[in-house]
Structure formats: C-alpha cells, structure tokens
Design a protein around this ligand. Structure first.
Ligand code: MN
Length: 228
C-alpha cells in the first residue's frame, strides 16, 4: 500500500470500567424516543417510526473533561441519554438477536444547539450543525452489558449545578434498545464500535458557561462535564 499523504486521524476511544478502551466507529442518535420529550418539543409521540441522526466520533468528550461552549448558538440544550456500544456488526438484525451485538453502556449527553435546530426544522434542512458540532457528546465510562441486565428499566437523571433538570426511567423509551438496533440495522449495516445514543427524556433546557452537568443512568454510571 502506498503511504498516507496526510497523518491519519487517531482512533477515538472511551475508557471502560474494566480498564480497557472502547474504540468508537460511528455515533448514531435516536430522535424523540421518550413520549414526554416528544410532547415538550411539540410532536405526537404515538405515530412516528424511529428516526436517526449522527454525530462525528471525534465530537465525544471523555474523562470528565470540560466542554467548550460552542460557537454560533444562544441556546445550547442538554439531552441526557443512555448510550449503547456495539461489539459486532450486522444488517437486518432480529430484535431477539439484538442484545448479542451489544458490548456495553455509558451515560452520555447529546448536546444540541436548539436555535440552529429550530431554524433547520423550519427550513427543512439537515440537523448536522445543530447536533454534530465539536465537543457535542460528553460521555462517561463504558460498562460491560452485564452491569445492566435489564436495559428496559432504571433511573435516568441529569442535574445541572446540583439541581435535577431531567428525571425519568428507561421503561419510558418508546423504542426499546433491541427494537432500535433492529430498526437501525435495516437502514445501515451496523459495525463493532458503533455507538447509539438512545434518546432523551423530558426536561431539556438551556445550559451556559460555568454550569456543571452531571447525569446518571442507574447501573451504568455517570457523565460529568463543566461548560467553559
Ligand atoms: Mn437526543
């Protein structure tokens, strides 16, 4: 093979609770996957198939590092989410087989430039610059799937400066994790290292410089970042 003409990018990875690193390939995110959040955004939660958007792998913020407040927004929102990490790939994965492709879980934040997203929605334009900007995906340590034997229930909560902003339960996911994996694997071939941000419950709101965001998913752990 001939030589690379520029330096190839490093592999992005997330520390795991057993002392390893989970290498990240792609980041898929589910939109409107909790009914109460769909309602707060002005949508009917009962009639929609799941839909997806992506963030670049290098938008992850790991290790509790600070998140720089992004450019071009006056309305940066937090979205607290359970993140699924895949151990293997596949296409047309059956719901019954979906969990066999999961390596583990992490707590994550799908940070969103809500004002840019609102403009994009109005104009029928893509969400990429609202969702996939630099440092838009703070994430905690990844734990093996054995840490969460039943990903269909458990507290998911976000505090900002110690005050609860989002609190819900994984049982309120509209599309369960196996259903989400099965559906997404019909749209694209999933691969080992892919992450899926599974959607946020209600209570999304703006955060500003100096705010400390600390989220937890019961059994999985925390995600923590300070906006600077
Ligand atoms: Mn989200």
């Amino acid at each position: 093979m001939s030589a690379y003409v520029i330096t190839p990018p490093p592999i992005v990875s997330i520390p795991t609770s057993d002392g390893g690193q989970f290498p990240v390939r792609r980041i898929f995110c589910v939109g409107r996957n909790y009914a109460a959040h769909a309602r707060e955004m002005g949508h009917d939660p009962d009639r929609e198939a799941p839909f997806f958007f992506c963030k670049p792998a290098d938008s992850l913020v790991v290790g509790g590092a600070d998140m720089p407040y992004p450019s071009m927004t006056q309305d940066l929102h937090h979205e607290m989410e359970l993140v699924v990490g895949r151990s293997s790939g596949g296409v047309d994965i059956a719901e019954a087989d979906a969990m066999s492709h999961v390596w583990g879980y992490a707590a994550g934040l799908d940070m969103t430039r809500r004002d840019i997203q609102a403009e994009a929605k109005k104009a029928g334009r893509p969400w990429d610059m609202a969702k996939g900007f630099d440092h838009s995906a703070p994430i905690g340590v990844m734990v093996p799937k054995s840490a969460l034997p039943d990903p269909g229930k458990g507290l998911i909560e976000l505090k900002v400066n110690g005050q609860v902003r989002q609190t819900s339960d994984l049982s309120f996911l509209i599309w369960s994790i196996p259903e989400t994996i099965a559906y997404l694997s019909r749209l694209v071939r999933l691969e080992a290292g892919d992450l899926i941000f599974t959607g946020t419950p209600e209570g999304v709101a703006a955060a500003g410089r100096g705010d400390v965001l600390e989220g937890v998913v019961a059994g999985v752990g925390v995600v923590k970042t300070t906006l600077v």
